[in-house]
Design a protein around this ligand. Structure first.
Ligand code: HEC
Ligand code: HEC
Ligand code: HEC
Ligand code: HEC
Ligand code: HEC
Length: 489
């Protein structure tokens, strides 16, 4: 066989190989799913079923009133009833079909998924356990995680194992896992205790705080991985050390990297979601439950305080040829253990508002002021992300977003610089700069669309007293003013 013929055969074989490989790839996805291992897919929960049933929080309250009062009113306690969640869930089921609701509920109300009680959006007819969302008996029944077996080989979509108890000769017994050394008295005869390292580590939170697209396994929310790849993880400061303590303790932890004392842990789990606490407080007031409204307003205040403690601003003038030409704003993530903002970055909004005036009070430059209709101007400097869907076009819903076209959040203990030009030549002798770092849960129109989509059994006017979605409250995380001379000699 001559050489030419030989190379023809080789290329023919190559062509066949490449095409068949191509076909094989089209057959299997990048992320293989073992549906026997994950029976609730697209939720990755596993349930070690026994005769031991889930226990609703009001029963735990009998002996753990302190933890109950802290948890009740937390975003975890509202995770399923949250009207913003219910609105989005309703939209998801209409857009993708019923299967997707298992994915959502696997994190927003895990017990309701494994018992099969939750059949779709809405609260009507559900048990206390299902309505309680991320409740006591979810976290304290977690016996392990399957982070390495998931399709993405990372924690995702509820990749934890629920084991509320085990079968025994005379029925069943309940086992609760926590941070304490267990002794025979532990559990007051109601449950046994097991000491669990997992409960003092971020891995407990990871399965729910890494949210992936239900099919493409794109990481929509990456709080855990942001933390894991940052300085707090290196120094053994976990989610619990900032989110399960009072505000003052959280600040100390973030500043010194010292772990809280065992007696300092609380069950507030407060983050940045002041809007949900506010809505729920309005509902409690309307229902005449003042005590609950107070607890919720405490959560509201803690979320606002946390946001105000998270960042810092540094304002520096930049001179060119002796004249002021730019203002540099450095936005620093001082105390968030993950990126700032985190989680639903394509919905949350954190932005800079800046106004520069000359010595006569005349505005020479401004950016980022909210428009009368509640929207942000085009020239705004936003720290968040934009999602894109399969067609690489803009997308916002969690079933549509399969990539980010823009992702600008600030890493833990890191910063981002923004430069604003000062028009030249300027007749100013001095420039006074007002800067605000501002935050809100969502764009006004996005919030209106979500609350507009709640299932019929949730009457916003009757429960929350809302006729129309009010202008979303904005939190000023940092406010500062600096005055600079306009020329430098
Ligand atoms: C892996 C767990 C997980 C899955 C799966 C999940 N979520 Fe969430 N969801 C979260 C967490 C954690 C937050 C809070 C993040 C934050 O505050 O930024 C959240 C927040 C939300 C919010 C914002 C609530 C508010 O009050 O601002 C909405 C809406 C929401 N989820 C809807 C959904 C829908 C719909 C699905 C299914 C398509 C879904 N989620 C699937 C964990 C999950
Ligand atoms: C989101 C998960 C989560 C939920 C929900 C939750 N806990 Fe905990 N709980 C924890 C973690 C994590 C710890 C350990 C904190 C630490 O390091 O001390 C803990 C600790 C405890 C302890 C040990 C003592 C203490 O306070 O540190 C008790 C008792 C307890 N929880 C009871 C409850 C009860 C009762 C509820 C419901 C009202 C509840 N938990 C809800 C995660 C949770
Ligand atoms: C009859 C009383 C009683 C009830 C009801 C009860 N517990 Fe406990 N539990 C105790 C006692 C007593 C301890 C010992 C430590 C303490 O006093 O906090 C304990 C300890 C714990 C611990 C710490 C375990 C460890 O090793 O760190 C957790 C977690 C816990 N309980 C969770 C729960 C949850 C969740 C519920 C509801 C499903 C619940 N308990 C219901 C009495 C009770
Ligand atoms: C079973 C799933 C699950 C587990 C486990 C879990 N979370 Fe969450 N968490 C959620 C969901 C869902 C939400 C959002 C609920 C909503 O906004 O409607 C949430 C909200 C939060 C928030 C409030 C966010 C905000 O916007 O204010 C904080 C803080 C938080 N979780 C911290 C933790 C920590 C710390 C742990 C581990 C100790 C943990 N979570 C474990 C599901 C979970
Ligand atoms: C060093 C302290 C610190 C640690 C550690 C930390 N956080 Fe946070 N977290 C913050 C601060 C400050 C905020 C408020 C600013 C923001 O939204 O990022 C926050 C906000 C959040 C929010 C609300 C985001 C939103 O959009 O409403 C969630 C959810 C959250 N954290 C979860 C976690 C989880 C899960 C971990 C562990 C993997 C963790 N945090 C570790 C300080 C911390």
């Amino acid at each position: 066989m001559n050489l030419k013929r030989h190379s023809q055969i080789v290329s023919a074989i190559l062509v066949i190989l490449v095409t068949s490989l191509g076909l094989a790839m089209a057959d299997s996805s990048v992320f293989k799913v073992d549906r026997q291992f994950y029976p609730y897919y697209p939720s990755l929960i596993k349930w070690e079923k026994s005769k031991a049933e889930f226990t609703p929080p009001s029963t735990c309250k009998d002996c753990h009133e302190k933890q109950y009062k802290e948890w009740n009113g937390s975003v975890h306690s509202l995770a399923f009833r949250d009207p913003v969640y219910q609105g989005e869930l309703n939209k998801a089921v209409k857009a993708v079909g019923h299967e997707i609701s298992r994915q959502c509920e696997g994190c927003h109300s895990p017990a309701g998924v494994v018992t099969g009680e939750i059949k779709g959006p809405g609260n009507a007819g559900l048990s206390e356990m299902a309505l309680a969302g991320v409740s006591c008996d979810i976290c304290h029944s977690v016996s392990g995680v399957t982070h390495w077996q998931t399709p993405s080989h990372e924690p995702e979509n509820g990749s934890f194992i629920l084991s509320p108890g085990v079968n025994t000769q005379d029925g069943s017994k309940l086992i609760k896992r926590g941070p304490l050394k267990s002794d025979s008295d532990c559990g007051g005869g109601f449950h046994e205790c097991v000491e669990s390292d997992l409960h003092t580590q971020a891995d407990l939170c990871a399965s729910c705080h890494q949210v992936y697209h239900y099919d493409s396994h794109f990481p929509l929310e990456s709080t855990y991985l942001e933390w894991k790849h940052g300085p707090y993880a290196q120094k053994n400061i976990h989610c619990q050390d900032c989110h399960m303590v009072e505000t003052e303790v959280f600040k100390r932890t973030a500043d010194t990297f010292e772990k809280p004392k065992r007696s300092e842990y609380r069950h507030y789990f407060n983050g940045a979601n002041y809007l949900l606490s506010y809505l729920a407080a309005e509902a409690a007031k309307k229902a005449g439950d003042k005590e609950q409204a107070d607890l919720l307003m405490k959560q509201y205040t803690m979320a606002v305080e946390r946001l105000k403690a998270a960042a810092d601003l540094e304002v520096t003038p930049v001179y060119f040829d002796g004249k002021i030409s730019e203002i540099r704003i450095r936005v620093k993530n001082m105390r968030a253990g993950h990126n700032l903002p985190t989680s639903l970055t394509n919905v949350r909004q954190m932005w800079l508002e800046i106004t520069a005036k000359d010595q006569n009070g005349k505005v020479v430059m401004s950016s980022g002021s909210v428009k009368p209709d509640g929207s942000l101007p085009d020239n705004v400097r936003l720290f968040n992300s934009d999602g894109m869907g399969d067609g690489l076009h803009f997308a916002i819903d969690p079933w549509a977003v399969t990539a980010f076209s823009r992702h600008e959040t600030i890493p833990p203990k890191g910063y981002k610089d923004v430069f604003y030009g000062i028009p030249s030549p300027t007749s100013a002798t001095s420039i006074s700069v007002d800067v605000r770092l501002r935050y809100r849960q969502a764009d006004q129109k996005v919030a209106e669309a979500l609350l507009g989509a709640v299932p019929k059994d949730i009457d916003l006017e009757e429960i929350y007293g809302i006729k129309a979605v009010p202008q979303l409250p904005i939190v000023d995380m940092v406010t500062t003013n600096k005055v600079f001379t306009s020329s430098q000699r």
